[in-house]
Design a protein around this ligand. Structure first.
Ligand code: CA
Length: 486
């Protein structure tokens, strides 16, 4: 039997509520605000994963996705700088930054401050897949092999490098390629779209579909990693969608943000149409996901800070649900049940073993130990859960210059419906029961000290076992204690 084609449609910084598909138990005001008909179409023909997780920011999630390693193992704890050997952590008066793999992922051993692992596209390529990367990469810093998708096993790379956001979405600004003001964040490879009036998201979509023509024509299985720069900052309006959102009364920033979302959705729709028209949709798996929660800093978002992902608390950078809950949709024709939901918690660490399982690659021998687990038994209905699983988040650095809810020097653990949120700086531990309290509004630490102790011990054991770095106190040079106090 032929291996299925695989499309990973990755959106940058898209929140769990940034769509018209309801991922919560009921439709929300945000579901009414955003217009994403293609996501609705995908949800109607596939399955919605309502409790899926990522890391709080880009690179840690992206490294997990293509290696299957959890952040507590790969130690790429923060986003990587576009420049080699530069740590992106904000300085802190009390705490010293930890030593982490700040150059990101590398397929080659011996690159300082990188994690060395066998990446997913390389394995797929070895198994006969035609592997295409389009858009944002951000797996490693410039001057390391991890910055180049071609070194990670992709046979085609369009516009992917070490950078985490575009200088501009506008062709009128050549996507940031302005001769007098060269910038690392200028988007590469799209010269033929400069000055054409074509928004970046649309240009990447056209390139992705063009790149698919060869494998579709040749009947070769393909792996397309279509990784949009949208909806990351800079929040720039896509003019063709703007009026609708201004008419809704949104402020100019939130209206512009909604246009980035709708443009991303148009891309998904074009992709779905392409697969249908080329008669390959029946043998193509689509995984739609984001790499972290929606940005909730205001500014640069509009509105009140940390309300942009309601009912979830906080947003990107936070270990609260708003920073880590991911709107994942999966369509696997003949396997997933159309229009259904799966509420079992999963993690982006699971993508690596899941895609290998879907591709029926059983002889991969990756260098790394894989933390994720294949979710195929959930998708094909053979199992209702994957047993008791524990999920970990570890963000032992300072992301932004001001502290926000669950932001900077935080870790977390989820086991069953219980979640423990730990401030590494203060040692404060908060306990939430997510089934009853998705908003993380009712801290139960005082009434369930047994549960706090159990989860703090499990998290600490994991961090110690993995050698996960802890921040040090500047005044003493000593590392902070683990969440269990030891
Ligand atoms: Ca991101």
């Amino acid at each position: 039997m032929r291996r299925p084609n695989i499309v990973v449609f990755l959106v940058d910084d898209m929140g769990w509520q940034d769509c018209s598909v309801p991922f919560d138990r009921q439709r929300t005001l945000l579901n009414q605000r955003f217009r994403t008909p293609a996501m609705e179409r995908l949800a109607a023909s596939g399955v919605k994963m309502t409790s899926a997780y990522t890391s709080p920011v880009c690179t840690p999630s992206r490294v997990s996705m293509i290696t299957g390693m959890n952040v507590t193992r790969h130690h790429v704890v923060n986003w990587t700088s576009p420049f080699r050997d530069q740590n992106t952590d904000n300085p802190d008066r009390e705490l010293q930054s930890v030593v982490w793999n700040h150059n990101g992922l590398s397929p080659v051993a011996g690159i300082p401050s990188t994690i060395h692992a066998t990446p997913l596209p390389w394995i797929l390529s070895q198994a006969g897949y035609y592997t295409i990367h389009v858009g944002k990469a951000h797996w490693g810093s410039s001057g390391t092999p991890g910055s180049n998708p071609l070194a990670l096993g992709f046979q085609v790379n369009i516009a992917g490098k070490s950078t985490g956001h575009p200088q501009s979405y506008l062709s009128e600004e050549n996507y940031g390629n302005v001769p007098q003001k060269p910038t690392i964040n200028a988007v590469s490879d799209l010269q033929e779209y400069h000055g054409t009036g074509i928004f970046l998201t649309e240009a990447l979509t056209r390139e992705a579909l063009r790149a698919l023509d060869a494998p579709v024509r040749n009947g070769q299985p393909f792996f397309l990693h279509l990784s949009h720069y949208a909806v990351h900052t800079p929040i720039m309006a896509d003019p063709q969608y703007l009026q609708r959102y201004l008419r809704q009364g949104l402020d100019s920033v939130e209206a512009a943000y909604a246009t980035l979302v709708e443009g991303m959705d148009k891309s998904l729709g074009d992709l779905l149409d392409y697969l249908r028209d080329r008669k390959v949709e029946e043998n193509t798996v689509i995984v739609f996901l984001s790499d972290n929660g929606g940005l909730s800093l205001a500014p640069p978002r509009g509105g009140q800070p940390h309300t942009q992902n309601l009912p979830l608390r906080a947003g990107k950078g936070s270990v609260y649900e708003g920073g880590i809950r991911d709107p994942i949709l999966i369509r696997w024709p003949g396997v997933t049940q159309p229009g259904t939901s799966i509420h079992v918690p999963i993690h982006v660490d699971d993508l690596f073993p899941t895609l290998l399982d879907m591709a029926r690659i059983t002889d991969a021998r990756p260098l790394q130990t894989v933390d994720g687990q294949s979710i195929v038994p959930l998708l094909n209905g053979r199992r209702r859960d994957l047993g008791e699983r524990i999920f970990y988040w570890h963000y032992p650095v300072k992301w932004i210059d001001s502290d926000g809810p669950g932001i900077n020097f935080h870790s977390a653990i989820r086991r069953g419906d219980w979640k423990l949120v730990v401030s590494l700086r203060t040692g404060k531990k908060e306990l939430y029961h997510l089934r009853d309290d998705l908003r993380e509004a009712h801290d139960l630490a005082a009434v369930r000290p047994d549960k706090v102790q159990e989860l703090a011990a499990a998290l600490s054991d994991r961090l110690r076992e993995m050698g996960s770095p802890m921040p040090r106190v500047r005044a003493t040079g000593m590392p902070l204690p683990y969440p269990d106090g030891q």
